[in-house]
Design a protein around this ligand. Structure first.
Ligand SMILES: *Cc1c(COP(=O)(O)O)cnc(C)c1O
Length: 340
């Protein structure tokens, strides 16, 4: 048995999910005729109190389409210094949209209205035009920390007042909703666009949905085609997303509980340091300098456990749908056996 804690993207579709995919009615989505994709887009739009949805192959694509739709070349996007759109999308903001980023130091990735306000450029010919604010929830690189709706409200207010669109990279928004016990509607009402991933904790094999108003999604649809993301009978994939939404949201609390248990197990190890507070399903920690993360990754590998090194001393473990209590106790045993 291999225990894979590298990411919550590693899950494989379950038998009932595959069954739902097999029986999904499909059509050509470039002609907007795939009933299953339409159902998924409508379902998520309604959940988040947004007008329309757009099914896309990946969360990177939904973020990149949103940035492209909200900006012009030379504009500036305000985001946290460790945000996925800046660190993990291959420089796409520059490549696809010709924009630059204004990087803020958030509190575990959470940027505040005051910080944002101080970094909105005045209307001078020589300053880049501030065009977009982008938040992430939950925040991957900060160890799965989250914003509550209350945290976001002043930011949404500021953006409205300054006529700035507010985008959410909601790759793990359902983890945030489960952790805060708040509703998708509450959070959805605060943003102009939201990217929701189906292939993270929800356990679908492929797919993300971009949400926004009608005019925005009309623009986004055109950009999706230009980016090569117009799929045809994609309903097969959307069916997995629909199944995931119906079955795999409330159980995210189990992933959060197991991540907490992992935290406890790691705390007991002498060579583990600085575990970031575990708020959801992500555990980020340091391995003592004299050991190094590669050595620990290799030691885990010998016990058939996979984890990723984020840097020389930093590591991440992520709990997910395909990581159960038996595996958790296997990890517990392995960690007790490892001496470095
Ligand atoms: C995974 C992830 C994405 C999207 O990644 P894809 O692999 O392109 O689906 C976007 N934002 C965050 C914070 C993520 O963790």
């Amino acid at each position: 048995m291999i225990i894979d804690l590298r990411s919550d993207t590693v899950t494989k579709p379950s038998a009932p999910m595959l069954q739902a995919m097999l029986t999904a009615p499909v059509g050509d989505d470039v002609f907007n005729e795939d009933p299953t994709i339409i159902q998924l887009e409508e379902k998520l739009a309604t959940m988040f109190n947004m007008q329309v949805g757009l099914f896309c192959p990946s969360g990177t694509m939904t973020n990149q389409i949103a940035i492209k739709a909200h900006t012009q070349p030379g504009d500036e996007v305000i985001c946290d210094v460790n945000s996925h759109i800046y660190v993990n999308e291959g420089g796409g903001v520059a490549f696809n949209s010709g924009v630059q980023v204004r990087l803020l130091n958030g509190d575990r990735g959470r940027i505040a209205a005051k910080q944002i306000e101080e970094n909105i450029n005045g209307d001078f010919d020589w300053l880049p035009r501030t065009a977009l604010v982008s938040l992430e929830n939950t925040i991957n690189k900060a160890g799965g920390s989250f914003y509550t709706a209350k945290d976001i409200e002043p930011i949404a207010q500021l953006c409205k007042q300054k006529n700035l669109p507010l985008h959410l990279d909601g790759a793990r928004i359902f983890n945030a909703l489960v952790a805060t016990n708040e509703s998708a509607q509450q959070h959805g009402s605060l943003f102009n666009s939201i990217s929701v991933c189906l292939s993270k904790g929800l356990g679908a094999p492929v797919g993300s949905v971009l949400l926004g108003d009608k005019a925005f999604i009309k623009k986004a649809r055109r950009i999706r085609k230009v980016f090569g993301g117009g799929m045809r009978q994609g309903g097969i994939l959307a069916a997995a997303g629909l199944y995931a939404i119906e079955h795999n949201i409330t159980r995210l609390k189990d992933d959060h509980a197991r991540a907490k248990q992992l935290e406890k197990m790691l705390q007991a190890l002498p060579f583990i340091e600085n575990i970031l507070p575990v708020d959801t399903n992500i555990v980020i920690f340091n391995v003592a300098e004299k050991v190094g993360s590669q050595t620990f990754v290799q030691a885990l590998q010998k016990h058939n456990i996979k984890a990723v090194a984020f840097g020389k001393n930093t590591m991440r473990m992520v709990t997910h749908l395909d990581f159960n209590d038996d595996m958790l106790s296997e990890v517990g045993k392995a960690l007790k056996a490892i001496t470095l």
